[in-house]
Design a protein. Structure first.
Length: 162
């Protein structure tokens, strides 16, 4: 397992930019070179001491000197933005609420779907189950129902509407 001392000995983390750089040259990698490569899903990763790491988890470890005990959410939804102010620990349910996958392109709102030609449907995920919130005349009303429910179920730790 990577120790804190090993990490800070070899890498520098700039918490303003969220970027890691190498402190010294090693195996063809130059000093001050930016660490990490972008995956297809948008996350930055790196190989460090023969192990694979997500950059956002390394950032958390670098600042707080302990590995995160849960999932790390990128508050602004940009998976490559690893500034420490953009990272927070969340539950799986909270992380799903912050997913852009919950946005129906037809509505433009999280957790709001077209139900029929004249109605919009809203729902919320809580404890792994989807709770149906009702049918509404417009997407804005359906989204307001979602916002109200998110306060009741304490799940609105997510971004504002994308």
């Amino acid at each position: 397992m990577l120790t804190y001392d090993q990490l800070v000995e070899e890498l520098h983390y700039d918490q303003i930019t969220g970027i890691f750089t190498r402190k010294k040259s090693c195996k063809g990698r130059k000093e001050n070179a930016i660490v990490g490569s972008k995956r297809k899903d948008g996350y930055l990763t790196t190989s460090f001491r023969r192990k694979f790491f997500y950059i956002h988890r390394l950032a958390w470890f670098y600042i707080y000197k302990e590995w995160p005990n849960g999932l790390i959410d990128h508050i602004n939804g940009i998976k490559s933005d690893n500034r420490i102010d953009n990272l927070r620990i969340v539950t799986h349910s909270q992380n799903l609420q912050n997913s852009k996958k919950h946005i129906d392109n037809a509505s433009g709102y999280k957790c709001v779907w077209k139900h029929s030609e004249t109605k919009w449907r809203s729902g919320i995920c809580f404890n792994g189950k989807i709770k149906y919130l009702g049918l509404f005349d417009d997407p804005q009303s359906a989204y307001q129902a979602y916002l109200s429910a998110s306060k009741i179920y304490n799940t609105h730790n997510s971004n504002k509407n994308f």
